[in-house]
Design a protein around this ligand. Sequence first.
Ligand SMILES: NC(=O)c1ccc[n+]([C@@H]2O[C@H](COP(=O)([O-])OP(=O)(O)OC[C@H]3O[C@@H](n4cnc5c(N)ncnc54)[C@H](OP(=O)(O)O)[C@@H]3O)[C@@H](O)[C@H]2O)c1
Length: 286
Amino acid sequence: MENVTILPGFCMKITGRTRIIGIFGYPVEHTLSPAMHNAAFEHLGLDYCYLPFLVRPEALQQAVEAIRALSLRGVNITVPHKEAVIPLLDEVSSEAAFIGAVNTVVNKNGILTGYNTDGRGFMLSLSARDLDVSNRKILMVGAGGAARAVSYYLSDKAKELVIYNRGVEKLEKLVADLSTVRANVSAMKRLCGIEQFDIIVNATSLGLHRDDPLPVDPTLLAGNQIVCDLIYRKTPLLTAAEKQGCTTVDGLGMLLYQGVLAFELWTEKTAPAEVMKKALLTRISQ
Ligand SMILES: NC(=O)c1ccc[n+]([C@@H]2O[C@H](COP(=O)([O-])OP(=O)(O)OC[C@H]3O[C@@H](n4cnc5c(N)ncnc54)[C@H](OP(=O)(O)O)[C@@H]3O)[C@@H](O)[C@H]2O)c1
């Protein structure tokens, strides 16, 4: 008989009553979400388990049907499915509909509702650092999915939100969409005058790869500004901004708080944010 390996840890605690939550992505192997959510379930003694599901784009519809068929409590949705999932759901929150992307699905008695917790997650990451955006002049670089989520909430609080993006079409679409609900948003066609902003947000993917150029020239920073990056690591932009004397915020807080908000939608319990943060930091350091 072959040797059988008994898996340690919470796998042994799975019962017939365990509720399953997952993440649909392609690729999905680098996700930090299982560590964060499983630590929170364990800490609160909740009989839930969070699993990664590798879902190819052509299988997304079947995967969404499987949420109902397998009675999953819900899922996170990540790249490249955040937009494509919308027409497959029964309902979408007004914010997610505006943003045009869903990162969290809740299954309530077979009715699938989509939410977007990325933008509010970003705002919570700022308030957790006691950083107030009210009445501030903000420059956001980027107009992709994350930028759409973040700008919806930032523009609700800021005095002024100016957006720059390499691709003009996406930039104009985002500014036109936001202008239907806000009066303080405008597009910047050529990146300049960054010293006049109180807060600068990098919402592009520049900084993910070693050879990426910087999204803004850090030597032009005034020094008393807040510089945020949605990327969850300390990027070259943040390192350079710190050297210029700026306060910096990386995207780890956004990752944490989008998870906190998703956790609360699924479980209807207050998420243990500190436990989730510790789990994220532990997983990143491994
Ligand atoms: N912390 C979190 O929880 C969290 C959550 C979501 C996303 N993120 C991060 O946010 C970033 C953006 O994600 P996303 O989902 O918005 O991606 P996306 O929809 O693909 O958008 C990418 C953005 O980056 C810009 N960009 C890409 N390459 C560029 C280049 N070489 N030069 C100038 N601009 C470039 C794009 O500009 P064009 O329109 O001109 O192509 C676009 O504005 C990623 O780094 C992601 O990791 C973090």
